[in-house]
Design a protein around this ligand. Structure first.
Ligand code: LER
Ligand code: MN
Length: 261
């Protein structure tokens, strides 16, 4: 288990300063948001060669909308996801974090023929077969991220994500577990982690209030024990609000988490 932090949470005027600070606080990895990453890929690649940190993951950042009724929106999303999977491979990251749909369904209700969720499921599987093949080809992994019910109606739990991974049956699709969303959706975070175990390839860290771990009431001890039990050895990246002076609060949160690692 290794700690990473999203780039935007790190203090520093340049990427070099941010990476140096994260290393100083005890992080081993950095997660980049995907949105502008392809425009700065050369800068990021060259800075990473000088850093002790590794790129853990790329977080979303594709344009378009994979489960849209508009073919153009779907095409843009699929093309961007493929390009970001390639960027993830070039950076040596575990993979690209992927949320199929935010908010309510965009597909129509065709009841009694099919409900939006049935159409979404079939469309997502169609897209996943293609994206999984591409991920395998370029040497990367698409990481399905379940979100809480207030952010998406669709993929809310690790069990639901596991169903897609098993149906697609490709090493190019895995899942990631976000402690903030799990705190809302999972009946028992540790048990859910144990069930999804072998498919978990990334973790997001935030406390119950989406502030740094240690600032809320999430039980990281039992969650980390479950991760250890399933042999989890990959990154866990901070994705949360950083209160106060990050020079003080980020290393404090690292120390808090390390007692459970
Ligand atoms: C959104 O709440 C989230 O957790 C992100 O990782 C999704 O891209
Ligand atoms: Mn997340």
């Amino acid at each position: 288990m290794k700690l990473a932090c999203q780039e935007n949470l790190a203090p520093g005027r340049t990427l070099k300063e941010k990476l140096e600070n994260l290393a100083k606080y005890g992080f081993e990895g950095v997660e980049f948001w995907g949105r502008d990453l392809r425009d700065r890929l050369d800068e990021v690649k060259s800075e990473m060669t000088r850093s002790s940190l590794k790129v853990s993951t790329i977080c979303a950042g594709y344009r378009g909308s994979p489960l849209s009724p508009d073919p153009e929106e779907r095409k843009v999303a699929v093309e961007d996801v493929k390009a970001l999977l390639e960027a993830a491979a070039e950076l040596g990251a575990v993979g690209l974090i992927f949320v199929p749909v935010f908010g309510p369904p965009k597909l129509p209700d065709l009841s009694p023929y099919k409900k939006p969720e049935e159409l979404e499921r079939e469309l997502l599987l169609t897209l996943l077969y293609d994206l999984a093949r591409h991920a395998e080809k370029v040497g990367s992994v698409l990481l399905l991220e379940p979100l809480n019910r207030y952010e998406t109606h669709f993929l809310n739990t690790l069990d639901q994500a596991v169903e897609y991974v098993e149906e697609v049956g490709s090493s190019g699709v895995r899942i990631m577990a976000d402690f903030f969303h799990m705190n809302i959706e999972e009946a028992d975070i540790a048990e859910s982690i144990r069930r999804a175990g072998k498919y978990i390839y990334h973790v997001h860290l935030a406390d119950s209030n989406r502030v740094l771990p240690g600032w809320g009431h999430t039980d990281f001890e039992s969650g980390f024990r479950a991760l250890k039990d399933v042999g989890y050895d990959k990154f866990m990246a901070m994705e949360c609000r950083v209160p106060g002076d990050p020079e003080e609060s980020l290393p404090r949160s690292v120390a808090y988490l390390k007692q459970f690692m």
